[in-house]
Design a protein around this ligand. Structure first.
Ligand code: ATP
Ligand code: MG
Length: 227
């Protein structure tokens, strides 16, 4: 479902004297439907960079990134938008939302974008918010003032509303208590059971062992060269 071949990443820091940082070179990996693969490696190894490349937030200059057969490196912007709406869900480390939009709408939005009715999308959003222990009085407020853990759970609810065939999870349990971590890990297990291919970054080893089938150490793709 997710196939990378010979993907490399170099950052050119034009505003810092043209410094060039080579982060990743020749990354090849595959994730099958129903499988969860963990990205590991020291801080700065390139885990989040690789995830942003797969989502198309960072440009990839060489290699192929195929999601369900579509090569993201070559895809037109509108194909990337369609892929993100229907196929590829990304839970970033921090929630970014438009101010003043109530939590219920934030969570329902991905389903609305897929054509679901307000009733259907909000029913699903309510179910996920309850499951993730976001108290009902908060549903009608914007999540911008929520605690770190509450924002993280809103971010997760939003991306688990639709059954994406492929998912990218950047530290989805990082600021959660044990009970909420358990809910999130259960959601991940359910996504795998329905056939989602998942790439995750988990600093918590117990969480990683519970949901991930394999680990890929990103440091082995490091070039270790800064010119
Ligand atoms: N937009 C950017 N511009 C320049 N360099 C960047 C950019 N994004 C990441 N880097 C560099 O790429 C390297 C990898 O960063 P990345 O965030 O992918 O690490 P990570 O493995 O996710 O680390 P952590 O575990 O700390 O989250 C770092 O040296 C970082 O400085
Ligand atoms: Mg990171």
């Amino acid at each position: 479902m997710i196939d990378l071949s010979n993907v490399s990443k170099t950052f050119n820091l034009h505003n810092q004297g043209g410094a060039v940082i080579e982060v990743l070179s020749n990354v090849s990996l595959s994730v099958a439907a129903g499988e969860c693969v963990a990205l590991t490696g020291a801080s700065g190894a390139g885990k989040s960079t690789l995830m942003r490349m797969i989502y198309g937030n960072y440009l990839t200059h060489s290699g192929e990134i195929r999601i369900g057969g579509v090569d993201l490196v070559q895809a037109e912007p509108r194909d990337v938008i369609t892929l993100r709406r229907e196929v590829l869900g990304y839970v970033s480390q921090f929630l970014r939302v438009v101010p003043r939009v109530p939590t219920l709408e934030v969570v329902a939005e991905p389903l609305r974008a897929l054509g679901a009715s307000v009733e259907t999308a909000e029913a699903r959003a309510r179910a996920l918010l309850s499951q993730l222990n976001i108290s009902e009085p908060l549903w009608h407020l914007s999540p911008t003032t929520f605690s770190g853990g509450e924002q993280q759970r809103v971010n997760i609810a939003r991306r688990f509303a639709h059954a994406y065939p492929a998912m990218l999870l950047d530290e989805p349990t990082a600021s959660l208590d044990a009970a909420n971590r358990d809910v999130v890990l259960t959601l991940i297990e359910e996504a795998k059971a329905r056939g989602a291919a998942i790439i995750g970054i988990f600093h918590d080893e117990a969480a990683r062992r519970r949901v991930c089938d394999r680990e890929i150490d990103v440091s082995r793709f490091a070039t270790g060269m800064a010119a």
